[in-house]
Structure formats: C-alpha cells, structure tokens
Write a protein that binds this ligand. Structure first.
Ligand code: ZN
Ligand code: ZN
Length: 205
C-alpha cells in the first residue's frame, strides 16, 4: 500500500515541522552560535539533524562558499512542497514576508539569486552507465521520505572513503528530482540514476 503523493507530502511537512519545533533555539554544533529557524531548516535538509550548524559552518562542511551554499540550499528547499512549507514556517517565525528573502541570511536585499553561477564545483548529474565495479556499500531505504533519507545518506557516506560508491534503493516518488538536487548540493556524485536505484560516489574529503 502506498500513500497518495498528497498525503505523503503532508506527512513529510508535518515531520519536518516537528523536527524544526524540537530543534528551535538550538546552537551551532561547531561554533555554538544561536541558530535561526532558517539555519535550522537548512541543517535539517542537508542531513545534519543531530548536529545542526550555522550557515557559515554548514558551508565549510559542504566545501562551498557561504553564499553559494546558501543559494543552493534555498534552491533545494524550494524544490519540494514539504520543504517550501517548512521555509514559510521559518519566515513566519522571524516575521519575514512570505516571498521575501530573510534578512538573517540575506543581509542586503538582492532578490532571489538568479539561478546561480555555473556549477563548477558541485557535480552535475551524469547519465553515464554504472561503472564496471560493484558498489562499495548498499542501502535499501525503502520508501523513506525526504528528511529521514538524507540524514541516513549523509551518515552512510561519511563512513565511506572518497571515491567509493554507495548503491541506494529508494522508492519515494520524489527521488528522481530530489536526489540529483541533493547530490549537487552536497558535492557527492550521482553516477547512476535509474529509479529506484541510485549509485552515489562519495566526494573527496
Ligand atoms: Zn557555526
Ligand atoms: Zn532566519
């Protein structure tokens, strides 16, 4: 039995909001700065639920510039209804107009970053066939949804060596769009994407 997409999307919104509320008022795991609601959400979608970080520390962790990572994270959040809802919640929480960029992370008004610079560092989705090698690790995530999955993915990739490949099986209907976006965001390389099977190569360092 599968939930209809709408119900599933709603329950994912609820799960995200639940985590956000629970994490409200937390501090950055690295520099102990107080986190705003937007940074908390960004940490969540990047898979750092248990170790949320401020944007600067998150950017360092992901190996990008602060603004680059910020804009990528925003794009990723806007890519799915459940995350957009959570973003709206964060805006309300900080008295930001629904369509405005929050001043906490965008100190000067500049409008939504024009679909940012060419993605040099962040890897693009490739249609290459699977490498001849076998994956170094496998994970069947079933129909786990957005929040949980990226968290598990992040932890698994962390334990692997640079260049190693994780074979992920994930049946959630949002994966074909979500996973390439998440890989671009985090710098891991999606070497094969054939729903529900995904081969992800761990990034350097
Ligand atoms: Zn920090
Ligand atoms: Zn904020």
């Amino acid at each position: 039995m599968h939930d209809t997409p709408d119900i599933r999307e709603e329950s994912q919104t609820a799960a995200l909001l639940h985590d956000l509320l629970r994490m409200r008022g937390g501090r950055c795991k690295e520099c102990a700065a107080l986190l705003c609601a937007h940074e908390t959400l960004m940490s969540l979608v990047a898979g750092c639920k248990d170790s949320p970080r401020c944007l600067s520390c998150l950017a360092r962790l992901m190996g990008g510039g602060r603004e680059q990572v910020r804009d990528h994270l925003l794009g990723y959040i806007m890519g799915r209804a459940c995350r957009r809802d959570a973003w709206s919640w964060a805006n309300r929480e900080e008295a930001t107009e629904p369509a405005a960029l929050p001043l906490c992370l965008w100190p000067s008004p500049e409008g939504i970053a024009k679909e940012s610079q060419p993605e040099q560092k962040m890897n693009a989705l490739s249609d290459e066939p699977a490498p001849d090698s076998v994956p170094d690790a496998e994970w069947d995530a079933g129909n786990m949804g957005c929040g949980e999955l990226v968290m598990g993915l992040r932890m698994r990739l962390q334990t692997m060596k640079a260049g190693q490949i994780l074979k992920l099986t994930a049946t959630d209907g949002g994966m074909p769009e979500d996973l390439p976006a998440w890989c671009r965001l985090t710098g891991h390389k999606l070497v094969l994407s054939k729903h529900p099977e995904y081969w992800i190569q761990r990034r350097e360092n």
